[in-house]
Design a protein around this ligand. Structure first.
Ligand code: S3P
Length: 165
């Protein structure tokens, strides 16, 4: 069975849902942000600050290609769908689940976040970024799951029933 790639905007719950799915499916989890930090020995805010977003995106593509394509749950970074190359790769190699979350819910969940460089960049319009990314998430998605108002358990059960259907 192909790996499950969780895609969605920052704050859509990819990491926590991946962890919960791990216990349900008994598949290992990979997290592209974590893999970037380990492989390049730098944390994400430092990569953005010292190398810039373009370099971060290059690292992200390299790491995407290193993920396991069999029976693994892969939590991806919110911007993985920015590159057409990544979108094509995901469509070809994975079962892609888009965790769709409203702007209001994202704002609420990330209210106190200080760890995400794009979220914390005051000069960027994040709501517009979400709107711009939406068609890209939909383009790669095999399944779309709405996450607003749902628990991690509910979302994981929906994913499992979709992939088993
Ligand atoms: C990013 C999302 C982050 C991380 C980086 C860039 C983005 O991951 O990859 O800060 O461009 O949306 P999460 O979606 O896990 O926050």
């Amino acid at each position: 069975m192909k790996s499950i790639y969780l895609v969605g905007f920052m704050g859509s719950g990819k990491t926590s849902i991946a962890t919960y799915l791990q216990s349900r499916l008994e598949w290992p989890v990979q997290d592209t942000d974590q893999m970037i930090e380990e492989h390049y020995q730098m944390n994400i805010p430092s990569i953005f600050k010292e190398k810039g977003e373009e370099t971060f995106r290059e690292y992200e593509t390299n790491i995407l290609h290193m993920t396991k394509q069999e029976k693994t749950i892969v939590a991806t970074g919110g911007g993985i769908i920015e590159k057409e190359m990544n979108r094509k790769w995901l469509q070809t190699n994975g079962t892609v689940v888009f965790l769709q979350t409203s702007w209001e819910e994202i704002e609420r969940r990330l209210m106190d976040d200080v760890s995400r460089p794009i979220w914390n960049n005051k000069s960027r319009d994040k709501q517009r970024l979400l709107e711009e990314r939406l068609p890209k998430y939909l383009e790669v998605a095999d399944y779309v799951i709405y996450t607003d108002g749902k628990s991690v358990e509910e979302i994981a059960s929906e994913i499992i029933s979709k992939i088993n259907a």
